[in-house]
Design a protein around this ligand. Structure first.
Ligand code: SF4
Length: 207
């Protein structure tokens, strides 16, 4: 890696927590939170999950849940009907095929209803398995920082994995999300408050 990129990684990863904004205490809770978080803020998910986990504490409970009741519990979440259906179907598959334990490998995760490449990568990363999930924040900040020119999340992930050492994939994934949420916002990036503005080709400060 080039010195500038090393410095940028060092600064960003030291400024932000190396953890997800979702609240969970085990892989069952992680799975539910990640599925609910598609097209939805972590805050909304974190508001709903404490009640959800109390009523459905594991995959056994969830696979026997009534779809209408799950819908009711997650109603504040976007696409709650589809997500309720996927959660129950996925729980049934995990109970039947994986002995009620969430499989922690990309291929098995992608077999589960509602799990795409990004969700699978987030689950892997939260289990400390090197992955570089790309959400809207990662995509935007990576483009502004000149780490990719792509718009497609898969291609962005490949660019980031090629440029950044594997040992930083997870911490940089988290750092780019936190940076995008708090400083490098979609509409009005706060370049004056940005700790990496000197390395950023999109910075408004030096123009
Ligand atoms: S300098 Fe501005 S555009 Fe670049 S990363 Fe920082 S906030 Fe984003």
């Amino acid at each position: 890696m080039k010195k500038e990129l090393r410095n940028l990684i060092k600064i960003l990863t030291s400024c932000y927590p190396n953890k997800s904004g979702l609240n969970f205490t085990n892989n069952y809770e992680l799975f539910v939170a990640v599925l609910l978080s598609a097209q939805c803020t972590d805050k909304k998910v974190n508001d709903v999950t404490p009640f959800f986990f109390k009523k459905y504490p594991d995959f056994f409970a969830l696979c026997n849940a009534k779809e209408k009741e799950v819908q009711k519990m997650i109603k504040p979440i976007n696409y709650f009907k589809t997500k309720a259906k996927n959660l129950i179907r996925a729980a049934k598959l995990i109970v039947d095929k994986f002995n009620a334990i969430l499989p922690i490998d990309q291929k098995s995760l992608l077999e589960l209803p509602g799990v795409g490449e990004k969700s699978a990568s987030v689950i892997l990363a939260c289990n400390n398995i090197p992955a570089f999930p790309v959400d809207t924040h990662v995509a935007r900040v990576a483009r502004r920082l000149g780490l990719t020119t792509h718009k497609d999340p898969h291609k962005i992930s490949l660019d980031l994995k090629n440029k950044i050492s594997k040992k930083y994939w997870i911490s940089m994934h988290h750092a780019l999300i936190w940076h995008g949420r708090t400083v490098c916002k979609a509409r009005s990036p706060k370049c004056k408050d940005c700790v990496v503005s000197r390395y950023c080709p999109s910075s408004s400060i030096y123009r």
